[in-house]
Design a protein around this ligand. Structure first.
Ligand code: ADP
Ligand code: MG
Length: 782
């Protein structure tokens, strides 16, 4: 039984899906696969897991899994569902690539689709799940598509084994024929349950003319106009990227400043009456010089690896640069309309995928009394999150997407027109609680030229990483895989070619009949190297570097390089000067070059030949040495956010093994030492280490002299060129020993001065595995 608060219960009853609970649950009961369609905001994501839980699908040792294409949705939805059900996050949990809070008590698990794909690799039948919900299937993200293909096979296998599993595919649009009309995918088409959303009419206004470039300026003017002239009601603005969102927030806040400690107070939804409040507020003029609330103070969230937020919100330096330009521009050609008007405050909030969850939830709360809510969002607001009380939508008609050049493989982010289906989704956001208006900043003629639907991601990108993952799952004939939408034959062949040249797949035979050769090209078997590569969560090229580096004893360096290259843009851009003539531009470039050169020792010899890679190594090494502090990064022209991301990816790559836990029978169970040596791993409900001994970090150089330069803190801060190896020493004390692979057994004379305990530890070390305990270990202790 679930014990919800009356307030939550009341809010739930408002959701259209509640009326359909029985229909949904009946369909699930009688069918292994069900498709649920419902408008954004109808309650699919938050309610369906609760229905299942209450119907007993998580009883016994089964759990309910929900995948999200976006990391932020996995986190925020798990929190929301936990709150609604009055359960702790130990029971309603999430897992994303870098982190999670799942426990052995977890019953409802939200995760990114990439996480579930990894789980399929470990346990093809996904035995611990009784139900898998694939959410936001209409987005057609690559991992979602692959998962649906895999699950179409897993579900009947589970049935055969007598441990049936349910698959629920949820979509915000009715365009689901790729899932139901694809006989290869589901020979028996799954039923579709449609949830009717209470949608109020939305009047769509097209611009007469379409602005050529300055859609940001046009957006600003439109929002200002709505705010000045139209009745109360929230405004939702769609822009393309994070920097654009920030910039628009600043511009609007400057134009319509909201000062929280004037007469306006934040109020509850219950006592909130915006018309009345606006009127009251207009009488009480706020004092002009009150301090401005700082809403720009966002915490650094890592730009993602690509398992979420693939399209929008990728925050690269170019974007930041254009943001700066825009800011400068504001000062110069300040139009009439941009003069500050504090008499009609606007409560402006940003919303994008990488925004910290606690900042995101702000949009769900009613705005302070006497203000109008204005949310500036990227594509996230199109379907994954629903913002209450939006009456006006301003749609710039653009989206930022990643494009790949089919020939060169070069990828770039481009801003393009959205599809008609997206435009209609965006417009729909205005009619959730009352009739609304959508302002499209483009003409109806331009709209008519939009493509009807956006293509599935899998048809738009190279698929070498996917092909490798599938081969690792022993799917040899990738071409026969039941994709909802198949990638083109050419891109599959291109992927196999690349993987063959990397040594991940076996060479196809060179002689034979043409037809057989053609066929063989698409059925190459995976090599042992390929298997090793598939275990790393990075692009196949980088995975090969990692797999090879182990043989040459330079894995820690390779890990740094791969992390740095995956994160990209380590260096702060030197601000562009206000006047941008050729001279100052030259100076700027020179400054930037000097700031990078400092990471290369003396600018000559092997370290210079290593070039930009050396710069990365030096920079990461130095920053890690001082603990990756913002001060150090600022002083040395490094982008702190990038350095934090690199650290995360690095520690993830270093811990590629599964997390292991101290066995409860061990005397060390409740002690949580920093380093341990273990003799054996047994897998029961978890991977448990047995036969444990504590190792102090300082002993490591003593015990294993050949690793001493990893274990010892360096006396002088890097970057320093190390003459013996030609590398920069760039290790923090503990870095190396977080690596979970087997250390080679060593023959050494035991150094003088080892006491018996250390001697014994040394003995254990040989052939054992050194493991730094990950964050997971603490779960066992709480
Ligand atoms: P769907 O998945 O069908 O788009 P959701 O289940 O995500 O719908 O949302 C249902 C309702 O729950 C929406 O009206 C939304 O406003 C509300 N909601 C979701 N998350 C929160 C939250 N963190 N705080 C308050 N309301 C929320
Ligand atoms: Mg949803």
């Amino acid at each position: 039984p679930v014990d919800r608060t009356p307030k939550i219960q009341e809010a739930r009853l408002q959701l259209p899906i509640l009326a359909e609970e029985q229909v949904v649950m009946e369909a699930i009961k009688h069918n292994p696969v069900v498709v649920v369609c419902g408008e954004t905001g109808s309650g699919k994501t938050t309610q369906v897991p609760q229905f299942l839980y209450e119907a007993g699908y998580a009883s016994g040792n089964g759990i309910i899994g929900i995948t999200e294409p976006r990391r932020v949705a996995a986190i925020s939805m798990s929190q929301r569902v936990a709150t609604e059900m009055n359960l702790s996050h130990r029971v309603v949990s999430y897992q994303i690539r870098y982190e999670g809070n799942t426990t052995e008590d977890t019953k409802i698990k939200f995760m990114t689709d990439g996480v579930l794909l990894k789980e399929v690799q470990r346990d093809f039948l996904l035995s611990k799940y009784k139900v898998i919900i694939i959410d936001e299937a209409h987005e057609r993200s690559v991992y979602t598509d692959i998962l649906i293909g895999l699950l179409s096979r897993i579900v009947p296998l589970r049935e055969k084994k007598g441990q049936p599993m349910k698959l629920i595919i949820m979509s915000a649009t009715l365009r689901v024929e790729d899932f139901i009309a694809n006989k290869r995918l589901f020979p028996n088409p799954p039923p579709v349950v449609q949830v009717d959303a209470r949608q109020f009419p939305v009047i769509v206004h097209f611009n007469k003319r379409t602005p050529l470039d300055d859609y940001a300026g046009e957006t600003f003017r439109k929002v200002s106009k709505i705010h000045r002239m139209l009745p109360p009601g929230g405004i939702l603005v769609f822009l393309t990227g994070q920097a654009e969102v920030h910039s628009m927030c600043r511009r609007l806040r400057r134009a319509f400043p909201y000062r929280p400690n004037s007469n306006i107070q934040e109020v509850d939804a219950a006592s909130h009456d915006s018309v009345e409040a606006t009127r009251k507020f207009k009488k009480a003029k706020p004092k002009p010089n009150l301090p401005k609330i700082n809403l720009d103070n966002y915490s650094a969230m890592p730009a993602d690896e690509g398992d979420e937020d693939r399209e929008a919100g990728v925050d690269d330096e170019d974007e930041i640069a254009s943001d700066l330009d825009l800011d400068l521009g504001d000062g110069d050609d300040c139009e009439e309309v941009e003069k500050s008007d504090p008499s009609i405050p606007l409560y402006v909030l940003p919303l994008f995928s990488l925004l910290a969850a606690e900042k995101q939830v702000k949009v769900f709360r009613p705005p302070p009394n006497g203000t109008r809510l204005c949310v500036i969002a990227t594509n996230v607001a199109e379907t994954s999150l629903t913002i209450p009380n939006i009456k006006y939508v301003v749609d710039c008609g653009k989206v930022k997407k990643r494009f790949y050049d089919k020939v060169t493989g070069v990828s770039s982010f481009k801003i393009t027109w959205i599809a008609q289906a997206s435009a209609n989704q965006r417009a729909g956001r205005a009619g959730r609680t009352e009739p609304g208006h959508c302002y499209r900043l483009y003409s109806s003629a331009v709209f008519a030229d939009f493509e009807k639907f956006s293509a599935a991601e899998i048809t738009r990108r190279p698929v070498d990483d996917l092909v490798l993952q599938m081969k690792d799952l022993n799917i040899e004939k990738v071409i026969n895989f039941p994709f909802p939408t198949s990638p083109s034959r050419e891109s599959l062949i291109a992927a196999e070619k690349l993987l063959i040249s990397l040594g991940a797949l076996e060479e196809p035979p060179k002689h034979g009949r043409f037809k057989e050769l053609e066929q063989a090209k698409l059925t190459c078997l995976i090599t042992p190297l390929g298997r090793a590569m598939a275990s790393f969560p990075v692009a196949p090229r980088y995975a090969k570097m990692l797999a090879l580096s182990k043989q040459h004893d330079c894995m820690p360096y390779a890990i740094i390089i791969v992390s740095a290259m995956t994160v990209r843009e380590l260096f702060e851009q030197i601000d562009r000067p206000a006047v941008n003539d050729e001279e100052t531009e030259k100076l700027r470039r020179k400054k930037a070059r000097i700031s990078q050169m400092q990471w290369i020792w003396a600018g000559q010899g092997p370290s210079l030949k290593l070039g930009d890679i050396m710069v990365m190594l030096g920079a990461v090494g130095a920053s890690e040495y001082v603990g990756c502090t913002p001060e150090f990064c600022r002083a040395n022209g490094l982008r702190h956010k990038a350095m934090v991301e690199i650290r995360r990816l690095r520690s993830q790559l270093t811990n590629v093994d599964e997390p292991v836990f101290i066995h409860p029978n061990s005397v060390l169970f409740k002690h949580l030492p920093e380093f341990v040596v273990y003799q054996e791993i047994v897998e029961t409900s978890k991977m448990y280490m047995k036969g444990l001994t504590v190792i102090e970090a300082e002993w490591i150089p003593l015990l294993l002299p050949q690793y001493s330069h990893f274990g010892k803190p360096l006396d002088t801060p890097p970057p320093r060129y190390c003459p013996e190896t030609g590398w920069v020493k760039c290790h923090q004390k503990s870095t190396f020993f977080r690596v979970g692979w087997q250390l080679p057994a060593v023959e050494v004379d035991y150094p003088e001065g080892l006491d018996r305990y250390k001697y014994f530890a040394k003995f254990l070390l040989e052939g054992a595995v050194i493991k730094k305990l990950g964050p997971y270990a603490s779960c066992l202790l709480s």
